[in-house]
Design a protein around this ligand. Structure first.
Ligand code: TXA
Ligand code: MG
Length: 338
């Protein structure tokens, strides 16, 4: 398949013309990769089952893993669900547009093809202007998983998407680098209290604070390391995810000890002939760690690393918890403690 590359980065194509062209492709049932503030998405008309099925094919994604449906304005939520709770409205007011996905009961019209057969749908109003304009002009909610080949690191730059999906989709909008860098927080709003299914930069604490006046609902959140063993509530969590080509190992413990162990393991593995890449983040800047995480994995792969050794961040809660959730999965839970 020939992929139309719509490059709207500096000096590239006119943004409005490119987005209009891309919206036409979605209207006709095509697949378009586009930037959002979290990671790039691979979008199709959520109400076109055939188009939605092609998204799964292009990504090599298991069809029981539901997709997030993106809308251009909050009022479009009515197209997807008839059961809006006060909690939902509060969170939408507090965090939309932005990196928060809410899982709600779906309307019967929303195809099971895009919800993995579930009777719920994950909805998000993204903060990227390009994303919102694309959805608005397409005139339909846009189902979009991350625009990577299933299992590989999520794409946060136009060139990542081109590398993964050129030849597999109808068009790619290569635009801004993603501001956030990890995927949205997914929160299940269908039960008596919200449950965080996937942590992100909007933390369980942020959600709890926004709902504080609702009688102090306690938010549940899974421990990043427990997800593999307990029954997955969010089907996407059962697959090995976000993985680089290289083998990956996480070292956790007290900061100075971790540093020493990283150097020791690097030297040891290099003596054995391996090319080793270290992945270390500033202790105090978790926003930057989230922003850089996937692009660093891709960069280390590009440099030909056989082994990536990463220093764990303290992951009690907050944004570092969200980064550690990805790091542990990328490493297939290959961890040593020092
Ligand atoms: O930031 C993001 O969320 C990006 C951008 C493109 O919006 N999208 C994204 O989509 O990360 P994806 O498909 O890679 O991840 C969607 C996650 C999966 O873990 C999936 O299982 C969960 O959301 N999810 C979607 N709909 C759900 C539902 N109805 N019930 C439970 N989990 C759901
Ligand atoms: Mg994904």
């Amino acid at each position: 398949m020939r992929t139309l590359i719509l490059d709207i980065r500096n000096g590239g194509q006119d943004i409005h013309t490119a987005v209009r062209q891309a919206a036409e492709i979605i209207k006709r049932g095509g697949l378009v990769a586009f930037p959002t503030e979290t990671v790039y998405g691979l979008g199709a008309d959520a109400f076109n089952e055939e188009a939605v099925r092609r998204v799964y094919e292009a990504k090599g994604r298991p069809a029981d893993n539901p997709m997030i449906v993106h809308i251009a304005r909050a009022s479009d939520i009515e197209l997807l669900t008839a059961s809006l709770t006060p909690g939902f409205v509060k969170l939408a007011d507090a965090f939309w547009p932005g990196p928060l996905t809410m899982v709600v009961k779906k309307r019967p019209e929303v195809p099971g093809a895009c919800t993995g057969g579930l009777d719920t749908v994950g909805v998000r109003l993204p903060d990227s202007e390009v994303a919102r304009e694309l959805i608005r002009l397409a005139g339909t909610p846009v189902a979009a998983p991350s625009a990577n080949i299933s299992g590989s690191p999520s794409p946060t730059k136009g060139e990542h998407v081109i590398r993964d999906l050129d030849g597999k989709v109808d068009a790619i909008i290569a635009g801004e680098d993603c501001r956030v860098g990890i995927e949205s927080t997914v929160v299940d709003m269908t039960g008596p209290a919200p449950v965080v299914l996937r942590p992100g930069v909007i933390t369980a604490g942020d959600i709890e604070a926004a709902l504080a006046e609702d009688g102090g609902l306690r938010i549940q959140q899974r421990d990043a390391a427990c997800e593999e063993t307990s029954a997955p509530r969010s089907p996407g969590m059962k697959y090995r995810h976000y993985a680089p080509r290289a083998q990956m190992l996480v070292v956790e413990g007290e900061r100075e000890k971790v540093k020493a162990e990283l150097e020791r393991l690097k030297a040891l593995n290099e003596r054995l002939g391996a090319k080793v890449g270290l992945l270390v983040f500033e202790e105090s800047d978790y926003i930057k760690a989230a922003h850089d995480f996937y692009s660093r994995l891709r960069q280390l792969d590009d440099e030909g690393a056989d082994l990536i050794i990463a220093g764990a961040l303290p992951a009690a809660d907050g944004i570092s918890f969200a980064v550690m959730n990805r790091m542990m999965r990328a490493a297939g839970y290959n961890v040593v403690r020092v």
